[in-house]
Design a protein. Sequence first.
Length: 293
Amino acid sequence: MNNQTKGAFFALLATLLWSVNMVIASGIKGHIPPIGLAFWRWTIACIVLAPFAIKSTVESFSIIKKHIRYLMGTAVLGITIFNTLIYFAGKTTSAVNLSLIAISIPLFIVVLSRIIFKEKVSTIKIVGIITIITGVLVLITKGSLEALLHINFTIGDLLMLVACFFFAYYTILVRQKPEELTSKVFLFSVFVIGTVFLLPFYIWEHLYYKKVIFDTKTVLATTYVGIFASLVSYYLWNEAIRLIGTSKTALIYYLIPVFSGILAYFFLGQAIAITQIISMGIIITGLLITNRK
């Protein structure tokens, strides 16, 4: 398996894990407070990764200290802020709006890659991106232009848009990872720093807003998002960026609504409409177009 194939596979798998996360999120909405969910998500990721990374991290302390500003910036954007904002956004806006705004993540990444790395955006890639966006819009609106025109935006939508920009910038920063930092040390350092920054906000939420109730539902949900939607998916995403670049990795993110629809059908019993099948075909066609040489 060459690097291009491996990178695409890693990005696909990361996207699939995040799609499962969205299906789970729809079942626990309002059950766990947003900062509490984010804090325990990353705490679990740190605990699971620690036995495999702590020795290497201690040995690389001088390298970590040298790049601490870079690591702190990456951790704040990708760990502390991104997912926490999504959880807050989900409290005040609809899943339809979140899906619509999530389209901006790959676009932000393509634009930032153009500005920072001078990556060329070819005509064929532009055509592919437009095709993908069309497919996502068909999926969200069920093929109705009227539904698109009557979507109402709230403060949650603004939070989601900001979150998308932060994740795009996180993706750009990952590409700039110093070679001295191994993937394992980088991931563990970013997870720990991001979680530490979350701690004071979690304490405030716990004391003055709402406590996390550790029942079966909470434990199962946080365990999944902590291990699979955080540790495993972030590792795969970061490796995909290293292997195939930011722009190609970003475009695969558009498959999230496709995966989410299929998973919702099997696990939540939600029917798949003809417009969903059409939109999936359009999205996949757009991905094939953008990756043509």
